[in-house]
Ligand binder design. Sequence first.
Ligand code: SF4
Ligand code: SF4
Length: 381
Amino acid sequence: MPGKWDWLKDELRASGLAGATPLVIRFISGRLRGPDDLVKCALCPNMCRHACPVGIVDGRETTSPAGKTRAALLLRQGRLQPTLENVSPLYTCLSCNACSVWCPFGFSVADLVRPVKEKAAGGGSIFKEFREVFENLEKHGYVYGEPKREDSGLHGDLLYLRGCTLREKQPGVAEKAEHVLEELGYRPFTIDEACCGIPAYNLGNTRLFKRVAEKQAEKINSSGAGIIVASCPSCVYAYRVLYPKHGVKINAEVNHIAEFLEDRLKGFKGEGRVVIHNPCKLAFALGKPKALYNTLSSVEGLTVREPRRSGGETFCCGYGGSAVPRLNPQLARRIALERGVELTEEAETIVTACPTCKLALESNGFKVLDVMELLHSFTSG
Ligand code: SF4
Ligand code: SF4
């Protein structure tokens, strides 16, 4: 019968680590060479756990950041079979990247476990909760089934992309966003856009992600747009980071709407007091931790508060990464509640810049406005 820590001993021997105390210093300084990234993370005493929303709210070892990579390593080694039960810890990740802020190596657990998820999914370990998303993306290129067909405007100087969730569940926000852009002197237009594909990527189906991305890129590029503004930070992350990584090209400058407006609201006047919820994709993945704050702070007369966990140390709404709200809605809800309570200590009205964050916090009883809804309330329209 194998010993309890054989897997660890094997890795230590293979990496030449046994008995080498100074390696601990090299580890915590992020200078450890030898084992690959997944092994390094699996060996880590969870140095980022205090920042992981799942680690904090769920509190279990298996779903802690290093708990997930340990499970991934055992699956990669074949010591665990890729059953749904065994791969499930890998899907208790919000893909928020908060771990990367504290990690000595700058790792994101979401990225480390992705190849193992892809392999398990490729071998048939797919949760029934994901099948509908995959079928919808395959058939319609849209997360929510067949979208209502729309005429592409194709007139204007700015392509405004809404993303599936805003288009399907918050159409009023899109109208208000276009109105605000018009007030600022732009001529925004929309297209019959498809999904950016990121739900498939998050759920371990990278091949499908790539197919959807190619279709969406074709639609965007054939619009002739030179500048894009988008309301969903995950879409922007897909266009700006994931598409080039997978050989898909967008021929336009892509901006998230909060960063686009950062220095364009001079003279804009408002009132009241709000607290901002900084979306994790905007803060961590796109490296724009102050974009929403700067945008709103430039509105004269508006009081903008930030919660304890803000800016570059923000906290996910609980619905990030596509998997947790589908597989473990109670956990997603508990994370949303933890965040909502923290936010409303500062102000009753929460303002965010992500349709999924709005959905998560609103579904759990909080008053939430998208940044464009708030700005629209200060215009004449
Ligand atoms: S990406 Fe977010 S949820 Fe996933 S392990 Fe890192 S901090 Fe936790
Ligand atoms: S992501 Fe970095 S800090 Fe977090 S558990 Fe892995 S190695 Fe440790």
